[in-house]
Design a protein around this ligand. Structure first.
Ligand code: ADP
Ligand code: MG
Length: 694
């Protein structure tokens, strides 16, 4: 349960004065979630310095100034199309306030003639006269000091003005309680960091540009808090996993040999090495938790199968879990003939198995008649039991979280876990997603693969692309056609894909297929199967094909609006082709104007197909802003930490978390209690469940 001290922060934002349901809704599109804490995490991105306030005669035009003036004559225009003017002055000079579409009553009330007012805004000079168009602030004379300050500027969204957002954020920050300190005192002192509450308050009251820097003390402290919560949560999960004693899973190698003999190819050097690393790890006494990283098409499935066979050789069962139905079926199809060659029993279990058929699969698993099972998250269901599950492979493709892993592994005794990921992850991101997990990497491609030719073209040249596709199609090629990703809107994704499908259907008739995320499983599979068998030549798809579909005969990948995709995602998509012996190409169609980042992305894709390099570049380019790729990948997205600048803090947080759990594994001591609050503050509630209550 969430500690009571945090209740005010997790109250809905609508509990703040000035925040109504409309605001909450708009605000939700700006940041995630409409709780008070979300407003607190909405940090200023700029400042307006309103401290400048000389006598009128000395004002430098072009600057923002906060001026104390006496209001004079109102000059209402004859028609509403002309500006409304209010003359003001101080002892030294005059200034004219200019309003468009003004309401006289309102202005008479805010600027009563003869009274003193403080106005703040940009001063300009027009026809030799000082003027200010639509002052940002108009206030009474006693507010001069509070206005003459540095004002934070927040990122905004349509329908929310700076004033409204500032007010709400400040109301939220005022709700923030003093929290007990969870930082290591030595670290805090060395870094010179303020207390949590002070840091939050200061972050929202920047005094100068330097205070906006992610390197400012209070920003670093908040970033560190977030990273510590992340690392502590991962360490907790991992700690629980490692603390259970492992078992020695040592195979005889006879099943592996049979499979190797039946493969139509030889393993690459890095596949052989990975298999050796994994089986050594399984044979060791501790519990395995290992990551197998390998670019798309690098041949992870065979490695996983060989590792699972080691468990079967040792007399146990193994499971492979994929993130989607399509992938589970594909793995099953790849593994089935190999399992048969080895004389191993194999089952498939997905959400689509129901009733009697499902009962039969479950019975075989429970009795141990099935050696290997491939499936989706259906493997997590409560009623799935194994006779002796000893090894689980989780094909993560970044879609599972660290907690689900444990659910599957609780179905056996000290289950050894191998996590596979298709997108190479930079070291820093690996830490945030997996902590210090041991890793094996497939760095070689299977031999005989042709490099993929990558071309970038303006979308204006679509007709040429269609002609080229037609030509290739006449020569028997198969083509993927990926449709634009429209942010946050599955519906418009779909509309775009359907439009393209219809347009291509006009040209190619029933040789065109469409697959998208809204389709039901069997429908999707049917289309994929027809593509895989060559009945469909052109497969129009939303990004559902990204996850690892293997059709070696497909040689052309067209991606529309490539500028809207993340780098890692484009690389993944491109990896769908170039899997067979034929030469493949990838056409990235972009629509201008292209921003610098989009340009750089397309350039990198033209230059390299080394997934590890692309991953590093991706992180670098993504920097603070564009989190789309991260969000879709399921990697943790940080609110306050920016790995491009706070990378050093991540390593410190990792060490800190490790030390904390060594000294106080149940987070029971005083600092431990504070750390529990930290975990809840960053909504790592699931991790707290691994602690004994207290
Ligand atoms: P991924 O790492 O993307 O999961 P897969 O395991 O699906 O890659 O392998 C991609 C393709 O490469 C499959 O058709 C597989 O049979 C083939 N393959 C795997 N290893 C080799 C190898 N050593 N030599 C040739 N082909 C291989
Ligand atoms: Mg695969």
């Amino acid at each position: 349960m969430r500690p009571e001290i945090l209740f005010p922060l997790f109250a809905p934002a609508t509990s703040l004065s000035g925040v109504g349901p409309r605001f909450a809704k708009l605000f939700e599109s700006l940041v995630a979630g409409p709780a008070v804490i979300d407003l607190c995490w909405h940090l200023p991105s700029a400042i307006i310095d309103r401290r400048y306030g000389p006598p009128l005669a000395e004002v430098i035009p072009g600057r923002i100034a906060t001026l104390t003036v006496e209001v004079g004559e109102h000059r209402a225009p004859p028609t509403r199309r002309q500006p409304y003017r209010v003359l003001c002055h101080d002892a030294t000079a005059e200034i004219e306030l200019v309003f468009f579409h003004a309401h006289r009553d309102y202005l008479m009330k805010t600027l009563p003639p003869g009274e003193t007012r403080v106005i703040s805004g940009k001063v300009e000079i027009f026809n030799d006269r000082l003027q200010m168009t639509h002052p940002d602030h108009i206030a009474g004379p006693d507010e001069a000091d509070s206005l003459r300050a540095v004002e934070p500027v927040y990122p905004l969204t349509a329908g929310l003005s700076l004033k409204v957002v500032s007010k709400a954020v400040h109301a939220a920050v005022e709700r923030a309680p003093e929290l007990p300190e969870w930082l290591d005192p030595a670290l805090k002192q060395r870094e010179g960091w303020p207390d949590w509450n002070a840091a939050l308050t200061q972050v929202h009251a920047p005094r100068d540009e330097a205070d906006l820097s992610p390197l400012a003390l209070m920003r670093r402290r908040l970033a560190y808090d977030e990273l510590l919560a992340n690392q502590l949560a991962i360490a907790l999960v991992r700690d629980r996993q490692l603390r259970q004693k492992g078992r020695r899973l040592k195979g005889s190698g006879h099943l592996q040999e049979k499979v190797l003999a039946s493969l139509p190819f030889a393993l690459t050097g890095s596949q052989r090495q990975a298999v050796a690393e994994i089986t050594d790890d399984m044979a060791a006494e501790h519990r395995m938790l290992r990551l197998l990283q390998g670019d798309v098409g690098s041949g992870k499935t065979v490695v996983a199968l060989l590792a699972m066979l080691a468990a079967v050789e040792a007399g146990s069962q193994a499971a492979l879990m994929a993130p989607t139905e399509i992938l589970a079926r594909q793995h099953f199809k790849t593994i089935a003939p190999l399992a048969e060659a080895a004389g191993v029993t194999l089952a498939l279990l997905t959400g689509r198995d129901k009733g009697k058929a499902r009962q039969a699969i479950l019975a075989d698993l429970a009795e141990g008649k099935t050696d290997l099972v491939v499936g989706t998250h259906a493997l997590f269901q409560d009623d799935v039991a194994f006779r002796d599950l000893a090894m689980a492979v989780i094909d993560e493709q970044h879609r599972f979280g660290v907690y689900q892993r444990l659910t599957l592994t609780s179905k056996g005794q000290a289950v050894d876990v191998l996590v596979m990921t298709a997108t190479p992850i930079p070291r820093t991101l690996m830490l945030t997603a997996y902590g210090d997990m041991d890793g094996s990497r497939l760095t070689e491609r299977p031999p005989g693969r042709q490099p993929i030719e990558t071309v970038t073209l303006s979308l204006d040249r679509l007709p040429e692309v269609v002609t080229a596709v037609e030509r290739a199609r006449n020569k028997g090629a198969q083509i993927y056609w990926i449709c634009p990703l429209v942010e946050e809107s599955e519906n418009s994704d779909l509309a775009a894909a359907e439009d393209r499908y219809r347009a291509l259907e006009q040209l190619f008739g029933d040789k065109v297929g469409l697959v998208h995320g809204r389709m039901k499983g069997p429908e999707k599979d049917a289309v994929m199967a027809r593509f895989s068998e060559g009945e469909i030549a052109i497969l129009v798809a939303t990004t559902v094909v990204e996850v690892g579909v293997d059709v070696p005969k497909a040689t052309i990948m067209v991606i529309e609006h490539a500028e809207r995709f993340g780098l890692a995602q484009l690389h993944q998509l491109r990896g769908r082709v170039g899997r067979g012996a034929e030469k493949s190409s990838c056409l990235l169609l972009w629509q201008g104007p292209l921003g610098e980042t989009a340009k750089a992305r397309l350039q990198i894709l033209r230059e390299t197909d080394d997934g590890f390099r692309i991953a590093e570049e991706d992180l670098r380019l993504r920097g603070a802003g564009e989190l789309l790729g991260v969000r879709q990948s399921g990697l943790p997205a940080f609110r306050l930490a920016d790995l491009a600048v706070h990378g050093d803090l991540l390593a410190t947080a990792r060490d800190d978390a490790r030390l904390i759990l060594e000294k106080d594994p149940e987070l029971a001591a005083e600092r431990g209690q504070a750390l529990r609050i930290l975990l809840y503050l960053f909504e790592r509630d699931a991790a707290v469940k691994f602690l004994r209550s207290g």
